[in-house]
Each structure stands twice: as structure tokens, then as C-alpha cells.
Write a protein that binds this ligand. Structure first.
Ligand code: SAH
Length: 398
């Protein structure tokens, strides 16, 4: 099929004429879709519950197997809708078992040039964490982040966020009756492959608030994907005005990308700091709904050699966090081509971690995962964009 033909087929899908997908739909969207096919009002609740169970509990990819839905309705649904998910363009498996998927999204309108996002699965012995993206690209331009060098293309829909979870569960054999991959490392027996979700992929989740909130609601709904809200973490670079709402409306665990303890430095690392400085950010953390010793706020701190890694920085960090139920996640800087920083020396990271730990905070150093497939923190970036960025760089270097 030519490029053009492929594109127009996708456009028809996204325009909803022939086969808009209901994979990743919220309860409201399912109800609207059913009402649109003429399902009587009094039946809608029950039908939504049935579809919900098949899509999210059973992982159905077509209407066919939905034995408790009448044949007539299944046929009508199949004429108008599909359960298609974004296409997997590439699947990479790291030597440490981390997996990264590059997904191609449907076109949203005629101007859409086609977008791709990455999502990463990190297996550990007691859990499996899926790191999902909330935007294609990012507006924040953090100077140490590879994703940040990619311009914002668009927000993901709630459906596209949820589909990342469906795709991962399918590939990992996490739906009832599906088979785990033979080469795959997943958590120990009896544990779900995807047990935790972190919004730490591409994008700033709080700049796509409504869709992140709706996605979190579907992911935590007990009749479907059924992940407890305590197992959903939303990471923000510090969009202060949306933080309270996030806690109130999603009950998610909060993570803050702090990275610096002085405004002058944080302005350079995380330019959003110029709008919402450290004092305001920590103020919003102090009042984050539901934060407690059992539900601590995670502070992420990337270790940049000779930039933010001194013992004085560690002591200042401890002082700043006083009174906040916190844990501190030290992230060794993951290098990427052309990055203007280096990772701190191991001894320096240890010293920093000791100071924080001795002050009474958990201070794990995040083991870099999936570095060999550029799946580690801040390394995500869609292939097409990488090429474009390289082209831009080449122009600048001339
Ligand atoms: N925009 C949100 C969500 C992205 S989370 C946020 O900033 O929190 C991605 C995490 O990886 C952030 O903590 C980010 O600061 C960190 N990160 C980005 N680039 C990195 C790199 N090269 N090495 C290590 N961590 C990085």
C-alpha cells in the first residue's frame, strides 16, 4: 500500500466512520458508543459492564469472543467499531530484561503527520513497572533530558495512554489465558506482570491533565485493569497549579523531578522552575492530598557530575524536605548523544545518598535499566524525531 493510501485508511478510522476503536475507552465513551448504535437507555449500564470486562479483564481484541453479548449486537459493534490498539513498530529487549515498545498512533485529523511514542517495561523480582508516556514530545526543555530536545507534537488521548497498558499486558502474557514470552523476565510466580504504572515516559503529565486523570481512572477501575491507585505514580517537573487536583481526583502517588536545591541552578536544569520556583513547589507538596508516611512523595534527583552532586547540596536537600513525607530517588544521569552533562562518580553518589539516608530518608539509587536500548530515564524519543533532531544539530554545528 502506498503511503498515501495507508494514511487515508487511518483517517477513516479516526474519523469514526468505519472502525473507530473502543480499546482504551472510558465508561462514558463506551456508553456513548453503545447509545449511538441504538442500544436502549435501560440496557446501557449492563452492556458497558460486559464490554468493560472483555476489553480490560480479558484483553479481547475483537467482539467475536464476547459470549454474553448477543450475536446481533456483536455484529453491529463490529460494523462500526474495532478494538484495534496502536501498532507496535518496534519491540526491543534489553540484556537486563527491560522492554521498550515504539508505538505508532492513529492520525487524529488531516493535519496530523503521524506520531509515535515509546513505553518501557521494567521487571523486578517483586514487581513489574510500566512507564507510560503522556505526550508525544515535551514542552519543558529540561537541559539534561533527551525527550526534552523533542518538540511537543501533541497530547495523548486517554485511550492512547490506556492502550500502552493493554499492549504491554498482551505482550507479557498478563491477560487470563495468554502466554508469557519465553525469553521474557517477568516478576515471580503468581504476580501480575504489570503491577505498577509510572507516568514517567515522554511528556509532562500535568500538562495533559484531563486525559491522565481519565486514564488513571480506567487503570484503577476494580472491574478491569484493577491496579490500586497506590500503584500508580504520576511524575511532574512541578506544574504547581495542577498538583492538588491530581491528588484529589486520581489518588495517585506523586513524584517530583526536583534535581536541584537552589532556584538559580534549577532554572537552568528545569526551566519550568522560573514559573514555579522551589518554594512554591515544596509548598504544594506539603499540602498534597493523601500524602502520608505510607504514601510518601518521591523526589527524583538526577546525579550530574559537578553540577548538583556536592555534600552541601545533599544537606540542603534534607533541609528543604523537612516535614514532607518523602523518599528520594537518586538517578544516575543517563547519557545520550550530544548531552552537555556527565554522570556523577560513584563515590560522589554514595556520599550524597549517605547524607540523605542518615537524615532519615530512604535514598535508593535507581539502577539504570535498559540503557543499552535507550530505554532509561530521559532517553525516550521517537525514532523519527531522533533523525530530525540529528539533522537540526548538524545544521547548528556547521
Ligand atoms: N515531565 C515529567 C515526567 C517525565 S519523568 C517529569 O519531569 O517528572 C522522567 C524522569 O526522568 C524525570 O525525573 C526526569 O527528570 C528524569 N530524566 C530525564 N532525563 C534524564 C537523564 N538523561 N538521566 C536520568 N534521568 C533523567
Amino acid at each position: 500500500m502506498s503511503h498515501l493510501a495507508a494514511n487515508s485508511a487511518l483517517l477513516e478510522n479516526s474519523a469514526g466512520r468505519s472502525a473507530a476503536s473502543l480499546a482504551g475507552a472510558t465508561r462514558c465513551e463506551l456508553a456513548a458508543a453503545l447509545a449511538g448504535t441504538g442500544v436502549p437507555e435501560r440496557e446501557i449500564r449492563m452492556r458497558v459492564a460486559q464490554l468493560w470486562h472483555w476489553i480490560y479483564h480479558a484483553g479481547a481484541k475483537s467482539f467475536e469472543p464476547m459470549a454474553n453479548v448477543s450475536k446481533a449486537l456483536r455484529t453491529t459493534l463490529a460494523q462500526r467499531f474495532s478494538l484495534a490498539r496502536p501498532q507496535i513498530v518496534a519491540e526491543q529487549i534489553s540484556s537486563d530484561g527491560t522492554r521498550k515498545w515504539l508505538l505508532r498512533l492513529d492520525l487524529v485529523d488531516r493535519q496530523d503527520k503521524g506520531a509515535e511514542v515509546e513505553c518501557v517495561y521494567i521487571p523486578e523480582s517483586d514487581r513489574g513497572t510500566l512507564c507510560v508516556s503522556s505526550q508525544v514530545g515535551c514542552t519543558l526543555n529540561c537541559s539534561f533530558c533527551h525527550t526534552g530536545t523533542q518538540k511537543l507534537v501533541r497530547n495523548l488521548t486517554a485511550r492512547e495512554i490506556i492502550c500502552q497498558v493493554l499492549i504491554a499486558r498482551e505482550r507479557l502474557g498478563d491477560f487470563p489465558g495468554s502466554v508469557p514470552p519465553d525469553d521474557g523476565r517477568v516478576p515471580g510466580d503468581g504476580l501480575r506482570a504489570v503491577s505498577n504504572i509510572v507516568f514517567m515516559g515522554m511528556g509532562e503529565p500535568l500538562y495533559n491533565f484531563d486525559n491522565v486523570r481519565d486514564a488513571a481512572a480506567v487503570i484503577s477501575d476494580g472491574d478491569g485493569l484493577a491496579l490500586s491507585r497506590r500503584r500508580i505514580t504520576v511524575s511532574t517537573a512541578g506544574v504547581v497549579p495542577r498538583m492538588e487536583e491530581l491528588g484529589r481526583e486520581t489518588g495517585a502517588i506523586l513524584a517530583i523531578s526536583l534535581h536541584a536545591v537552589r532556584d538559580e541552578l534549577r532554572d537552568r536544569l528545569v526551566p519550568l522552575n522560573k514559573k514555579y520556583p522551589i518554594k512554591d513547589l515544596l509548598g504544594a507538596c506539603r499540602t498534597y492530598p493523601g500524602a502520608s508516611n505510607a504514601r510518601r512523595i518521591t523526589f527524583e534527583y538526577v546525579m550530574l557530575k559537578d553540577i548538583n552532586d556536592s555534600p552541601a547540596d545533599a544537606r540542603e536537600l534534607v533541609r528543604l524536605l523537612k516535614g514532607i513525607p518523602a523518599k528520594i530517588n537518586l538517578i544516575p544521569f543517563n547519557p545520550w548523544p550530544g548531552a552537555p552533562y556527565e554522570c556523577s562518580d560513584w563515590g560522589r553518589i554514595e556520599k550524597f545518598s549517605d547524607i540523605v539516608f542518615n537524615a532519615g530518608y530512604a535514598s535508593p539509587v535507581r539502577t539504570p535499566r535498559g540503557r543499552d536500548i535507550l530505554a532509561a530515564c530521559g532517553q525516550l524519543k521517537s525514532e523519527t524525531e531522533k533523525l530530525r533532531a540529528r539533522a537540526r544539530l548538524a545544521v547548528h554545528e556547521d
